[in-house]
Write a protein that binds this ligand. Structure first.
Ligand code: PHE
Length: 370
């Protein structure tokens, strides 16, 4: 038998509920994974301190997917088959999430990404994936928010799209931005691409400068975005540079430098400056725990943990199938990033914010409701 309070390495323990965490803890977007896990751990800590869920303690079993889709698939297999978790949280990025979904479905264990925004995560060729869920809005909305911001607020008539062609996230956002920008009467006058881990973007940026667009849309992650913004400004590109949630990381300022980010705008899931009492309370608790302000990833990690906990409570069980059924009925859950109700495609309908970068600080510009 097991000593009460000890965690078994395999199989379930009647005193605890094991949840898998499949995250980018090393590799290209390691900061994303760490912040999301911090948010999840804060939620688990608060709930465990308040007595746990259904009389049991939540235990987070972590696996590092190294920011690679193939490793994300390995990690989810290990969490499900060896650790026998009741559900898996993560990964962060859309491409990493997509590599894990079939494994969750085959084993009938729900996978919930706090952050993956690509539409095909929850709906595959028109069919809802029964075991896939998310805690964030989707890219068609986010792309539209930035296209409207470009056309209406910035009065842009022309745009160039510069994407990371190794990312499903980036490719999807290119399409949704183009559709919404053209609908607003704007014109996409160029499309260029790079690959993750590229270092030198100057040849393509010189070409983009020659096209003389009103704005450049760069839906990608902080490592490459930081370098692109820096090099773009060095080449004398002064127009607004626009992006999406993948820009949200403190490393962005470290890499690009504060000045290069001025006249930069991106869509995000929340602003830590929001005066909503739920946001204020979360920011305070997070700062106390980690000594830094929570990014959108931390907030989404926290919220998605709350969504899972709510489902486990309503299921009254840690059986993965029962948790899945309960997740599907998530409704009116008050969380930090809004009010969580899942639609029939397992997607939350939530607002977005537009953030402006000013002298290295994130400044809240506007909130957009779906
Ligand atoms: N939405 C991104 C993706 O799908 C991940 C992300 C979310 C990054 C939030 C930063 C902040 O790949």
């Amino acid at each position: 038998g097991l000593v009460a309070g000890c965690s078994s390495s395999t199989g379930s323990n009647s005193k605890e509920i094991k949840i898998g965490a499949n995250f980018e803890l090393t590799g290209g977007v390691a900061n994303f994974g760490k912040q999301t896990v911090n948010g999840i751990m804060l939620a688990f800590k608060e709930v465990n301190e308040a007595g746990g869920v259904n009389g049991k303690k939540l235990v987070l079993v972590q696996a590092d997917n190294k920011s690679e889709p193939s490793e994300a698939a390995n990690a989810v297999t290990k969490l499900i088959t060896q650790d026998k978790v009741s559900a898996v949280l993560g990964p962060v990025t859309s491409s990493d999430v997509l590599a894990t979904l079939q494994i969750g479905q085959d084993n009938k264990v729900p996978i919930i990404t706090p952050t993956g925004t690509n539409p095909s995560i929850t709906v595959d060729n028109g069919q809802v994936r029964p075991y896939a869920f998310r805690g964030c809005f989707i890219d068609p909305f986010q792309g539209q928010v930035m296209a409207n911001f470009a056309a209406k607020t910035l009065k842009a008539k022309t745009a160039v799209i510069y994407i990371d062609s190794s990312s499903d996230y980036s490719k999807g956002l290119s399409e949704s931005f183009e559709a919404a920008f053209t609908k607003n009467g704007g014109q996409i006058i160029g499309k260029e691409a790079f690959l993750q881990k590229d270092q030198d973007f100057k040849a393509t940026l010189t070409k983009i400068k020659g096209m003389n667009p009103d704005v450049v849309f760069i839906p990608a992650y902080y490592e490459e975005v930081g370098k692109i913004n820096k090099q773009a400004r060095e080449l004398g590109i002064t127009v607004p540079l626009l992006g999406t949630d993948g820009w949200d990381d403190s490393k962005l300022v470290e890499i690009a430098g504060a000045a290069a980010l001025n006249n930069g705008f991106f869509s995000n899931h929340y602003s830590p400056e929001d005066k909503d009492p739920r946001v204020v309370k979360f920011v305070e608790a997070y700062k106390k725990e980690y000594n830094e302000a929570p990014s959108a990833l931390a907030a989404l990690g926290y919220d998605t943990a709350l969504m899972l906990i709510d489902a486990i409570k309503r299921a009254g069980s840690d059986d993965p199938g029962k948790i899945r059924d309960a997740l599907e009925k998530t409704k009116d859950l008050q969380v930090v990033t809004g009010i969580l109700t899942l639609d029939e495609s397992h997607n939350p309908v939530k607002s977005a914010v537009v953030i402006e970068m000013k002298d290295g600080k994130q400044v809240f510009r506007e909130k957009v409701n779906p």
